[in-house]
Design a protein around this ligand. Structure first.
Ligand code: LLP
Length: 427
């Protein structure tokens, strides 16, 4: 469920026509729906209510301060993966006791920063990291709370670049050796192993990996407790999928049905780190057509958003629905199935202005004939869109707008040319 709807053939975000936002703020533009963000957070809160989870929004998904603040005020904590993300979380009003800190390569400076802000748990991914964390905590006069991140070694479940729980990826402690590592830290005065952490991969469209992960987790928790580690937290990470092509995502309730009983059995506090599920369908990227051209037997739709704005198609061959915000008569608005043979459309490559053949938002996509100035919506762009954007080709980053009912406001201004060179001048 989201709040991007065609009304009388005009795409709206909540009660605001997208065309109006494109005219006012320019393109490329990210537009987010407040109601959708809160709806998705609410769905998780409701589905998992029986175990009163700590939900830590995964800030890497979309770290805009205004979005983080909104989610924080609605009860969310934060999952951070760098000092910069911790800085964002704190600036958005987050407090350490609702922040978990992940990542395979935390620096001493980042650890000190996190300790100074009393983060709830460090998700630790290697034995070397545990030793280092203990040393930094000792010198800071603190005790670090730890969840051991385990790689449960499950079958492939999503794109190879975002699958984090198969053998051979850099993430987590090896499930075969994690207990040996943990044994060495029983009674350590500087790190206290309080939890188990898993993040299976992203996006996941089935409950099965969670089922398999939970079974392995239950066993591990029992063994860790036998070693006298006071395990009281079980963090199952993020990974819940969203709608990219159609309505393919599972409701939060489906994941809860698998996760809640296991957590109750383990008598643990549940932590979740959802990112995409909250932000993904709550944002679109809006662009404007520049030119069309025929070349090599292909039809190219050249518009002003590029791989620097949304790199997912280039990086993962990801599918994002694309449709004009004001489709002409005779066209569905929008089609039920973007991969079907839609009448009055032709196959087109949707490309941007960046100097790479890999700069595309869609390939061989059925779209109507469009003309210069037409405005497009690239859907499901709220997660890992702006967050992974760059200044490649010295393109200023897009603006971001948050819609709330009939109101809208800029939550990140468009970058300027001056922004592009400022750090090089301030030397
Ligand atoms: N927790 C940890 C430890 C993670 O590494 C991630 C995502 C999450 C939580 C949030 O996962 P989510 O709920 O959003 O699925 N750039 C890729 C996705 C990379 C995911 C990285 N880790 C994409 O655009 O698909």
């Amino acid at each position: 469920m989201d709040h991007f709807h065609y009304r009388n053939r005009i795409l709206h975000c909540e009660d605001v026509p997208i065309r109006q936002l494109a005219d006012l703020y320019g393109t490329p533009l990210f537009v987010y729906s407040k109601a959708t963000l809160l709806h998705h957070l609410g769905q998780i809160q409701k589905a998992f209510a029986a175990v009163e989870p700590l939900i830590c929004y995964s800030i890497k998904t979309n770290g805009n301060l205004h979005i983080c603040r909104l989610l924080g005020e609605a009860g969310s904590g934060f999952d951070v993966t760098s000092g910069g993300e911790l800085y964002r979380a704190l600036n958005a009003g987050g407090s350490g006791d609702k922040i978990v800190f992940a990542g395979v390569g935390k620096t001493d400076a980042e650890i000190r920063y996190a300790l100074a802000n009393d983060v709830f748990l460090f998700n630790v991914e290697s034995e070397a990291e545990l030793h280092n964390l203990a040393e930094v905590a000792r010198s800071a006069g603190k005790i670090a709370g730890v969840a051991l991140r385990v790689n449960p070694d499950l079958p492939p479940k999503t794109h190879i670049k975002t699958d984090t729980s198969v053998k051979g990826v850099k993430f987590g402690l090896d499930i075969d050796t994690v207990l040996d590592v943990a044994r060495g830290f029983v009674g350590n005065p500087h790190v206290r192993i309080l939890g188990l952490h898993m993040h299976l991969g992203s996006p996941i469209l089935s409950t099965r990996p969670y089922q398999e992960g939970m079974a392995k987790g239950l066993m591990l928790i029992e063994r860790l407790r036998q070693q006298e580690h006071p395990i009281s937290v079980w963090n199952m990470g993020g990974g819940f999928g969203i709608h990219y092509r159609k309505q393919e995502a599972l409701p939060a309730q489906a994941f809860a049905e698998v996760i809640v009983p296991a957590v109750q059995k383990a008598k643990c506090r549940l932590v979740l780190e959802p990112g995409r599920f909250i932000a993904g369908n709550a944002g679109i990227l809006v662009s404007r057509v520049l030119f069309t051209k025929e070349s090599g037997g292909k039809h190219f739709l050249i518009q002003d958003a590029a791989m620097n704005d949304l790199i997912r198609p280039t990086l993962y061959d990801s599918f994002h629905r694309i449709w004009p915000v004001e489709p002409r008569e005779g066209l569905p608005a929008p089609p039920d199935d973007y991969e079907a043979d839609i009448p009055n459309t032709i196959q087109q490559d949707v490309v941007g202005p960046v100097c790479e053949s890999g700069d595309f938002l869609a390939k061989d996509r059925r779209l109507p004939m469009l003309k210069r100035g037409d405005v497009l919506a690239i859907f499901s762009a709220g997660a890992y869109g702006m967050a992974m954007s760059s200044n490649y080709n010295s393109r200023p980053r897009a603006a971001e707008v948050l819609v709330d009912g009939a109101r809208h406001r800029l939550i990140r201004r468009r970058e300027t040319y001056e922004d592009l060179i400022r750090p090089e001048l301030e030397v």
